[in-house]
Structures are given as structure tokens and as C-alpha cells.
Design a protein around this ligand. Structure first.
Ligand SMILES: [Mn+2]
Length: 421
């Protein structure tokens, strides 16, 4: 490599197109992704590691908006040249994929579908808007610099370790090597999932850069025996759940330089401000708690001017006087709706409802966890009955209402392991 030859890569993740449809924040996912694309101009490559869409079967309006945004880099001039795509399956490259700035993607948790059906990221691949990787490696060249990008699309955490071992991604000689994934890893877990499917030590070795989608707040660190790999969590371009750690970090795009192996972060100006506030109560009555909230809101209105109405999450916690646990905050939410998109989370302690709250919290934590839960129940059942089948595929068929196909598949492919003692 000659000095000065470098490939600049724009990385952003989890655009969640379609998130908030019908709500006040409906256009946020498109507006914020649009700015991410604008900031990517001048880069040699764009990487989007999963959850481009908020659902695995996005509505046509959502798809149309996404296609329009993904078309923008196609109209720009770019010298990056596709050299090769390696993998088990013959990957047809649509001609559109050869114009403009190349976009490399993987599918995320929200786009996951069964083996024989097309997920929306695959659809984008087949129509030439991006190249979707699953166990494949794509190599690009610019001047004398080459970059190899390998990707594994998001898989259920239960299977992550097996899938990674089976695919066993390896770096390419003479290239800058990047690996894309979309999982919970080690301490980086998205929801309060029981445990991540992978630990940092189990990630592929000797890559220059590992990019992990899925986790919505930005972070980066060096990993590997010699700290030779930069592990990057680019974070989402949109806030889908208001959490403390997410509210504190800006949304934006990361630019990676293959020569210096360094990153630069460009925050989005269009991002809607997210505020997370905890209000503590010490055995006070409802009226006092509500006064505390109003006091905070009045202060905030005076203190700051917001370009876009901010998303504001107030968590009330501590002990409440008496047994009345059902507090209605809708009057406050209504009174302040002109200035804030406000939600109040009631975490006030009451022994009788502690158990119920725990259950409800688990259920509503994340829409996708319903899928994971269903899949886990199916796997637990199969383990108990000592039978093996393609859980993922059967679950997908059942979830889509294809009961007949599920039945046929199960009857043909189920294997029963006999216990030998
Ligand atoms: Mn996501």
C-alpha cells in the first residue's frame, strides 16, 4: 500500500424505518437517516449493520421511502471498485449495486425471517440498493488499497455462538478487514436479555474492525489478545426506547479510515433531543409527587429552547405513601404536550404489585423479545421432549400463520433422540 491510499467508510446503523408510524415522531427515522446519508457523501463506502427496517415485513410506504434514501449514494460518483464476492452461495450482484457509493449491509433482529422467505434487506440486495452479507465476504478496491468486508446477519442469541463457529469468519490477505454483526455481546446487551449469545473473546480474530449493530448507543473499544481489533458500536440513528445510557449519547455517523484505523464521529443535527429524568420520592403522597414533576417541567421549559420537541421520559421511583398505586399522569402529559413528547414511567414501590410489575416490564421491554420469547419456549419444549427440528423456521411459519407448512415440515424433519442411560 502506498502511503496516502485509504478507503473512507461511513458507518451508521439501526435506522428503523417505519418506527413510530402514526405518531408525532413518524418522520424521525427518515429525517435522521437522510442526514446520515448526506454526511456519508464523499466517503468511498457505506456500511449499515442491520435493523434498517423496524419490521420484517415493512409497509410499502415505508419501503418506498427507504428505497429513495438508499438510492441517493447511487447517483454520486465514486472510485471504489467491486473486486470479488466470496461465499458458499453464488451471490448475484444487481447492476445498480455497481454504481455510486457501494452500500454493504446485514439484516438485523427486526428483519429476521425464515430461511426460505425474503427479508427486506435481502429484497434491497436483489434490487441493487445494497449488498447484504450472511457468511460472505465482499472485496473492494480504491487506488492501491483493498478492503474486505465479511458479515453475519443477526441470528437469535441462542444460536449465535454456533453460527459464528460454523461460519468461522477469517480475514483476507492484503486487505483492510472488517467484520459486520448484529448481536448482544458481553456487557453490550440491548434489552435485559438473560445473557448475550456471545462474549467479546468469542468474536472473530485478526480483523481490523468489527462493527456491531443492534446496540443503540454508541461505543468503541479495542479488543483481541493484542488489542488489534477496533470494536465499534455505531449506535442507532433514531431513539426507539428512552433509556438513560442512550439519552446521554448523540446519534450520528462514524467515519472509519482504513489507513490510520481511526474513527471520526459526526453527530446528527436533525436528531430529536432525548431527555431522561429520574424523580425520587420518599414516602410522599401523590399530590407531592405530581408537584415535583411539574416543578421540573416548568424549570426545563424556562431553561432550554429545543429545535424539535424533545422526547422526555420521567421515571418516578422510591416509596409512595399509602396503598394507592394507580397514579394517573395523563393530566400532566396533556398539559405539557405542546413542548414535550412526555412519558412517565411509574416505578414507585408497593409490595403487592412488585411481582406484577416485574412481569409486565419483562413483557413490554421490547417488541422483538416476544419473538425471542416464543422461540425460546419452543426450544425449551423441544429440549424437554428430546426432539430436534429447525426451531427458527418452524417459529417463522407459525408466526406467519402457515400452520399446514409447519405441520408438514415437522412430520418430515423432526428427529427424536433416545435417551441412553
Ligand atoms: Mn435495533
Amino acid at each position: 500500500m502506498h502511503k496516502g491510499d485509504t478507503i473512507k467508510i461511513a458507518i451508521f446503523s439501526d435506522t428503523h424505518f417505519g418506527f413510530g408510524t402514526g405518531k408525532e415522531t413518524e418522520t424521525d427515522s427518515y429525517d435522521q437517516a437522510e442526514e446520515a446519508f448526506t454526511l456519508s457523501q464523499g466517503c468511498d463506502l457505506i456500511i449499515v449493520p442491520g435493523d434498517i427496517f423496524d419490521s420484517r415485513v415493512p409497509k410499502q410506504d415505508v419501503l418506498a421511502k427507504a428505497l429513495n434514501l438508499f438510492f441517493r449514494p447511487k447517483e454520486l460518483t465514486c472510485e471504489t471498485e467491486l473486486i470479488e464476492i466470496k461465499g458458499k452461495n453464488h451471490h448475484k450482484i444487481h447492476p445498480l449495486n455497481k454504481s455510486g457509493i457501494p452500500i454493504i449491509a446485514i439484516a438485523g433482529t427486526h428483519e429476521r425471517r425464515g430461511k426460505d422467505v425474503i427479508n427486506p434487506v435481502e429484497l434491497m440486495d436483489q434490487t441493487g440498493y445494497l449488498i447484504n452479507l450472511h457468511g460472505e465476504t465482499v472485496i473492494y478496491k480504491k487506488d492501491n488499497e483493498k478492503v474486505a468486508i465479511t458479515g453475519i446477519s443477526g441470528v437469535p442469541e441462542t444460536f449465535a455462538k454456533d453460527v459464528f463457529e460454523k461460519i468461522d469468519p477469517k480475514p483476507e490477505n492484503g486487505c483492510a478487514n472488517i467484520f459486520l454483526m448484529h448481536q448482544s455481546v458481553g456487557e453490550y446487551v440491548y434489552t435485559d436479555e438473560k445473557s448475550p449469545g456471545l462474549e467479546l473473546e468469542q468474536l472473530p480474530k485478526n480483523f481490523d474492525l468489527i462493527v456491531n449493530g443492534h446496540i443503540h448507543w454508541r461505543n468503541q473499544c479495542h479488543i483481541g489478545p493484542k488489542k488489534e481489533t477496533l470494536f465499534l458500536l455505531p449506535g442507532s440513528t433514531i431513539t426507539t426506547q428512552i433509556r438513560k445510557n442512550e439519552a446521554e449519547k448523540d446519534k450520528g455517523i462514524t467515519i472509519y479510515d482504513t489507513e490510520t484505523k481511526t474513527t471520526e464521529f459526526l453527530p446528527l443535527k436533525s436528531q430529536r433531543k432525548v431527555i431522561y429524568k429520574e424523580i425520587r420520592c420518599d414516602s410522599e403522597d401523590i399530590k407531592t409527587i405530581k408537584c415535583k414533576i411539574i416543578e421540573y417541567l416548568t424549570e426545563l421549559e424556562k431553561k432550554e429552547e429545543f429545535r424539535k420537541k424533545p422526547l422526555l421520559r420521567i421515571k418516578v421511583l422510591g416509596k409512595i405513601q399509602g396503598n394507592n398505586h394507580r397514579i394517573d399522569f395523563s393530566d400532566i402529559i396533556k398539559n405539557y404536550e405542546k413542548n414535550f413528547i412526555l412519558s412517565v414511567k411509574n416505578n414507585l414501590e408497593s409490595e403487592t404489585q412488585a411481582k406484577n410489575k416485574e412481569l409486565v416490564a419483562k413483557l413490554i421491554e421490547n417488541r422483538m423479545s416476544i419473538d425471542s420469547m416464543g422461540l425460546n419456549i419452543m426450544k425449551d419444549y423441544a429440549d424437554k421432549e428430546k426432539i430436534t427440528f429447525n426451531y427458527n423456521h418452524i417459529f417463522e411459519l407459525l408466526a406467519d400463520g402457515n400452520i399446514d407448512s409447519a405441520e408438514i415440515e415437522l412430520l418430515e424433519n423432526i428427529t427424536i433422540s433416545k435417551e441412553t442411560k
